[in-house]
Design a binder for this molecule. Structure first.
Ligand SMILES: Cc1cc2nc3c(=O)[nH]c(=O)nc-3n(C[C@H](O)[C@H](O)[C@H](O)COP(=O)(O)O)c2cc1C
Ligand SMILES: O=C(O)C(=O)c1ccccc1
Length: 391
């Protein structure tokens, strides 16, 4: 298949152009059914690593519940025959306001891991955000994507040489934005993983970008090929950087000319600081409820942050997107685009590349239909008047 010709305006996701599920016995449509099938496919360790959240999972549950508290109020007779879901971000136009969230260690979910997810995203024209903690290197992932849009997610390593090297490599392999994840300088209290004694990175998954990195390798007394355990131990000691402060952001700016987005912003004052420090965008996110249990849901945080940002820089969001109506609600509350995490991983677990493709296509088709039936022709016109909050 020629992937180059299959993104941009050519991508077909509207439900009457391509039915979402040609063989109803084969792949699910319902989110809950993808999750249930993934549960059947995966062992406890990897399944709960994906599906679980921090602590008592209050925030993970709230991420879904708060979408339900907002209701769409549909409008009629507004000519919705030709809808436009495209969005411009940092000078590039994307087919729809939807991205594949950065997800590490995908080899624990499917042997094709990130390569399958990246190919499926490329085929749909959905930007793929490569995690620093990928099983495969960012170059291998870029290679399977052709010219399709991709961003790079940075975990800011304790070793500044490694961080600078990652930025350089991302630029060289065609990534067009850097998403700096701030909410995970260390793993949270994740009860399933503690019980299952399951920490994929400690068994050497998710180090594809590190073991191939010249700056990382230069810190090791012997090569990772000779002593893999020592390499992984070095990685665990340098992975997170809890000592960082706002003034350190200038280091990133010095080492890349790509747009820089901060992922994990939840407090309006942090959104203000982000703008004062000259970042190009924000991702409102609580990491899918995997970090601070008891934290505000991402959808509750979104309008508070948009009030501060006032469209000065794009605000994206993730944590809880499951259906097309969720996409429309997040955009109406001010997000320019949303990232999707677990639904893609359940698609990957169930059917590899085809599963991720199907999940993305279903979400886009559902979002397009929701727009049409809500009387909304263009995502640029969405605003809070489309919604009503029910307490
Ligand atoms: C298994 C798993 C691994 C993740 N790995 C990363 C990662 O490497 N980097 C990152 O920034 N976020 C990571 N995230 C968080 C996602 O990017 C995203 O914020 C979250 O999944 C969104 O919530 P959702 O799953 O409810 O859609 C991960 C999430 C999951 C479920
Ligand atoms: O599990 C996660 O949420 C995550 O962000 C991560 C961090 C390091 C390695 C793999 C995943």
């Amino acid at each position: 298949m020629n992937r180059m010709s299959n993104f941009g305006n050519q991508v077909q996701f509207k439900v009457y152009q391509t039915m979402p599920n040609p063989d109803p016995d084969r792949l699910p449509v319902k989110y809950e059914e993808w999750e249930a099938l993934a549960r059947e496919k995966l062992e406890d360790g990897p399944f709960y690593y994906v599906a679980g959240g921090a602590g008592g999972e209050e925030t993970m549950d709230a991420n879904l519940r708060t979408f339900n508290e907002w209701k769409i109020v549909p409008r009629m007779l507004r000519d919705v025959e030709n809808r436009d879901l495209s969005v411009e971000l940092f000078g590039q136009t994307y087919v729809a306001p939807l991205m594949h969230a950065p997800i590490g260690v995908q080899s624990i979910i499917h042997p094709d891991g990130e390569l399958a997810s990246a190919k499926a995203s490329a085929d749909m024209g959905v930007p793929y955000i490569t995690s620093s903690a990928s099983t495969k290197s960012m170059e291998e992932i870029a290679d399977v994507m052709g010219g399709a849009p991709r961003w790079f997610q940075l975990y800011w390593n304790k070793d500044p040489e490694v961080t600078a090297s990652f930025l350089k490599r991302a630029e060289a392999s065609g990534y067009s934005a850097i998403v700096v994840t701030l909410d995970t300088p260390m793993m949270a209290w994740r009860e399933y993983d503690l019980k299952n004694v399951y920490l994929p990175f400690l068994i050497g998954e998710g180090v594809g970008n590190y073991l191939t990195d010249p700056a990382f390798r230069s810190q090791l007394p012997v090569s990772p090929e000779e002593d893999p355990t020592a390499a992984i131990m070095h990685w665990t000691h340098t992975f997170g950087n809890p000592g960082l402060t706002w003034s350190d952001l200038s280091f990133l700016r010095k080492h890349t000319s790509l747009p820089i987005l901060l992922k994990g912003i939840l407090h309006p004052e942090d959104a203000q600081l982000a703008m004062e420090h000259g970042v190009d965008g924000i991702v409102v996110s609580n990491h899918g409820g995997r970090q601070v249990d008891g934290a505000i849901s991402a959808l509750d945080a979104l309008p508070l942050i948009c009030d501060v940002v006032q469209d000065e820089i794009p605000v994206l969001m993730d944590s809880g997107i499951r259906r097309g109506s969720d996409v429309v609600k997040a955009l109406a509350l001010g997000a320019r685009a949303v990232l999707v995490g677990r639904p893609c991983m359940y698609g990957l677990a169930v059917a590899g590349e085809q599963g991720v493709h199907e999940v993305l296509r279903n979400l886009l088709a559902d979002a397009d239909l929701t727009m049409a039936l809500a009387g909304q022709k263009s995502i640029a016109d969405l605003n809070r008047s489309v919604l009503m909050k029910i307490d």
